[in-house]
Structure formats: structure tokens, C-alpha cells
Design a binder for this molecule. Structure first.
Ligand SMILES: [Zn+2]
Length: 334
């Protein structure tokens, strides 16, 4: 019955919690009174009450503060706190709450619906320019419902980061959503169809997360491949995309179980340096054979290679340690 008392006190505190919204029976969202949430946006609300077994807990996804409800109430109002203790623990053996706090699990929060209002590529008719674009890039059909179309990209970005775009210059983009291993959306990338710059723009909903694409599909027991571009990753099994920076997985996966596949640019100093860096860290790297002219995996597909053939090329040209250094020396043209 303790949940019932908890809910009663949550209701009591409600008027003091800004942007307070009840999400479901045992999930509440509001602006964090500890950190004040965002100073820029008055609408940002990243604090939650949620239930574990029979108890309610507090967690803020901005400052990271986590408390049981008792401690939260105590920090808000010591007087209400003593009433709470009386009500909750009357007749009980102990007079203080037993803090059984465990914050290593992830409560399931309502997904940000920011992209679910958009149409998936699958939902567009075949003549739609965005669908044609995806078909022309030979993106496997099973991903058509994982990619979205947004006709006003600036407007979408401004919903998350107000005033980023002047919307009178708005343009459409292909939306590539980034989910974490639990399937929660944490970022999305907009790819321009035309010459709009930057060509790829990634917007994070959760600033603490690394920009890694494809996490929700990965089997961490198997060999993991890492490419640069999200679209390239769709042509390789068990593949992540690093979306920009060098991706080092924050996980227990041993380095030998990870294979980095950089774009095929032997004259690009920056890329050569990054391959070198991965070899130094004892990762596997793919050194493209000289007969491959295309500069990335999607280009290889467009030049007529199949997914299977690319997988074979990757297998036959994966190196590590000394052999990787030797191959890199043969490969680089800088
Ligand atoms: Zn906070």
C-alpha cells in the first residue's frame, strides 16, 4: 500500500513542481527543482518520479540526481517530510525509510515522440523524391520503416534546440534515428537531399550519449563492425556507425572483437591517422585492397558489389597489430 501514500504526497508537492505532468499511473515528469533543468528552455523537464516495486523514486536526467521519495520530500520541505514518515511508517517496525536505492537499472520512460509524427520511408509512395533517393542508394528494404522523412528539418531541430534554424530557409531531410540498446531514441541525423550544408547534421536529445548509430540491433557477443556513416552501416551485418568522431565503445567488448572499417581514402591524412590509432589500440581494421576504387561502402554497393561480396572483401582484408601496420604502409598514399 506504500505506493498509495507515495502518490498522495506526490500530489501534495505537485503545485510546487513546474511543468508537472502525469505520464501514467506511476510515472510523473517535471522540471528538476535541484538543478532547475534548462535555463534556456522553460519547457525542458527532465526530472521524473517512477515506481520500483512498491516505492516511488526521483531521478533527474539533467543533473543525474537520484533519490528515494522520502529524501526528495525532505529536500523540498522538512515539515511535509515528517508527516510523510508518520503516515508511511506508522505501525511499521522502523521509523525511518529503508533506502533500498538502486539506480543501475533503467526505468522505462515515455519515448520522445519527436520523430514518430513523421512518415517512414516505407509509408511514402514510390514516386516521392525521398523514397526514390533511398531506393537509388540501394538501401535494403528492411530499413525503409527505420528511416523517416521530414519536409521541414529546421522546424524539427528547433523543437529540440529552439532558435537553431531560421525556418524561412527550411528544407527537407532524410531522418536517421539513433536508438540506445534499450530502443530509446537519443539522437537523430538529418541527411540533406540537396546541397544544404552541413550534409549530415546530428541532433542529440540526450547530450550525455555518444553519437553511435545502430546500437539497438547489435549482438554484443558477435564480431562488431564500425563504419563512419549510418547509411554504410546498413549494408554490413552487426555494424555500428560512429557518426563523426572516433568511436570507442564504452563496453566490456574486447578490442579483438571490434573491426573498424574506414572510408577508402588512402590520400586522406586524417583517415590514415585514425586507422593507425585503431591499430595501436589493438583493434582490427580493414585495409581496402587497391582494386577497390569506391570511397565508401554505399559507393561499393552502387558500383555493383553485393552485400555478400563486400562482406567477403571485409573478411579477407581484416588485419591487426603488425600485419595491419604493414598493410597500412602499402595502402597509404600520404
Ligand atoms: Zn536536475
Amino acid at each position: 500500500m506504500s505506493s498509495f501514500i507515495d502518490l498522495k504526497f506526490i500530489n501534495l508537492l505537485k503545485p510546487r513542481l513546474s511543468q508537472f505532468k502525469q505520464k501514467n499511473d506511476f510515472l510523473f515528469n517535471f522540471r528538476c527543482p535541484h538543478c532547475g533543468d534548462s535555463k534556456k528552455s522553460k519547457l525542458k523537464a527532465r526530472a521524473y518520479f517512477y515506481r520500483v516495486k512498491n516505492d516511488m523514486f526521483f531521478k533527474c536526467h539533467n543533473c543525474g540526481m537520484g533519490q528515494n521519495l522520502a529524501n526528495f520530500i525532505k529536500s523540498m520541505d522538512p515539515q511535509v517530510y515528517s508527516t510523510y514518515l508518520l503516515e508511511r511508517y506508522k505501525g511499521g517496525a522502523s521509523s525511518t525509510p529503508k533506502p533500498k536505492m538502486k539506480f543501475d537499472f533503467k526505468p522505462v520512460f515515455e519515448e520522445t515522440n519527436i520523430i514518430t509524427d513523421l512518415k517512414t520511408i516505407k509509408q511514402l509512395d514510390d514516386e516521392h523524391p525521398a523514397k526514390k533517393y533511398v531506393i537509388n542508394r540501394k538501401i535494403p528494404i528492411e530499413f525503409f520503416d527505420k528511416l523517416y522523412f521530414c519536409d521541414k528539418f529546421g522546424q524539427l531541430v528547433n523543437k529540440i534546440k529552439p532558435n537553431t534554424y531560421k525556418t524561412e530557409k527550411d528544407h527537407p531531410r532524410l531522418i536517421i534515428p539513433f536508438y540506445d540498446t534499450t530502443g530509446k531514441l537519443f539522437a537523430f541525423q538529418g541527411r540533406a537531399f540537396g546541397n544544404e550544408q552541413p550534409k549530415y547534421l546530428t541532433v542529440k536529445l540526450d547530450e550525455n550519449k555518444q553519437k553511435i548509430y545502430g546500437l539497438e540491433r547489435i549482438n554484443f557477443q558477435k564480431q562488431i563492425y564500425v563504419v563512419e556513416g549510418p547509411i554504410d552501416s546498413l549494408f554490413i551485418d552487426n555494424c555500428l556507425a560512429a557518426a563523426g568522431a572516433d568511436l570507442i565503445l564504452k563496453s566490456d567488448v574486447p578490442n579483438e572483437q571490434v573491426t573498424y572499417i574506414f572510408d577508402n581514402e588512402p590520400r586522406n591524412k586524417e583517415i590514415i591517422k585514425r586507422i593507425q590509432n585503431m591499430i595501436d589500440k589493438n583493434y582490427n581494421v580493414v585495409i581496402w585492397p587497391s582494386e577497390i576504387q569506391s570511397k565508401d561502402v554505399n559507393d561499393m554497393i552502387l558500383s555493383g558489389l553485393t552485400k555478400m561480396e563486400i562482406s567477403d572483401i571485409i573478411h579477407n582484408n581484416t588485419y591487426s597489430k603488425l600485419s595491419a601496420l604493414t598493410k597500412l604502409n602499402e595502402y597509404k598514399k600520404v
